[in-house]
Design a protein around this ligand. Structure first.
Ligand code: ATP
Ligand code: MG
Length: 171
């Protein structure tokens, strides 16, 4: 049995990691699809697909040989999106998601969707973590240590701060 887990992973955090650990209890292999793969360097999507792959690969450790990490470009046509996903991934038997649109689009294709439990959603949230990064808060304890190292190596916080500035003043 193979399960699919889709996210933007901007960045990959401990909530995502807890979901993966839950999924591997239920299926043999997990396809981790990195959505909006073509988008980077924006306040909502600061990291490239390659950077996100590196973060996830590092965090998976001993689960690596049971996971595929696949970058997935957007197609801005919801009606054909589930087929697009299937065309870009190894075959999967079921999907794990809490995103209502993702649930709907796969359910309409007759694919089983399971909703993983939410883990510490107040803090384990991409939006909350990016906000902490911009504000100089403590984000490192909200992501796996390998993810924090990648973000430090690529000067990710500096990038996010820079691209979150506006061009109204000079600072
Ligand atoms: P953003 O705020 O940027 O949307 P996010 O934390 O929701 O970030 P996504 O990449 O959008 O991260 O999430 C991918 C999947 O993981 C979604 O199905 C989302 O519901 C789920 N998810 C996100 N955070 C958690 C969490 N803390 N526990 C369980 N599932 C989560
Ligand atoms: Mg989200």
């Amino acid at each position: 049995m193979r399960g699919l887990y889709i996210g933007r992973f901007q960045p990959y955090h401990l909530g995502h990691q807890a979901v993966i650990h839950k999924i591997v209890e239920e299926v043999d292999e997990v396809v981790i699809a990195i959505g909006s793969a073509q988008v980077s360097h924006t306040p909502e999507n600061p990291f490239t697909a390659g950077e996100r792959m590196t973060m996830i690969y590092g965090a998976l450790e001993d689960l690596r040989d049971r996971c595929y990490i696949i970058p997935l470009q957007d197609v801005d046509r919801n009606a054909v999106w589930a087929t697009h996903v299937q065309s870009m991934t190894p075959a999967f038997d079921l999907v794990y998601s809490n995103n209502p649109l993702v649930v709907e689009l796969f359910a309409e294709e007759g694919i089983e969707v399971r909703k993983p439990p939410m883990y510490g959603r107040e803090s384990y949230s991409g939006t909350a973590i990016r906000k902490l990064m911009v504000e100089g808060g403590d984000w490192k304890n909200l992501v796996p240590e390998q993810v924090a190292s990648v973000i430090v190596d690529i000067r990710g916080v500096e990038r996010l701060v820079n691209i979150s500035r506006n061009d109204i003043s000079n600072n």
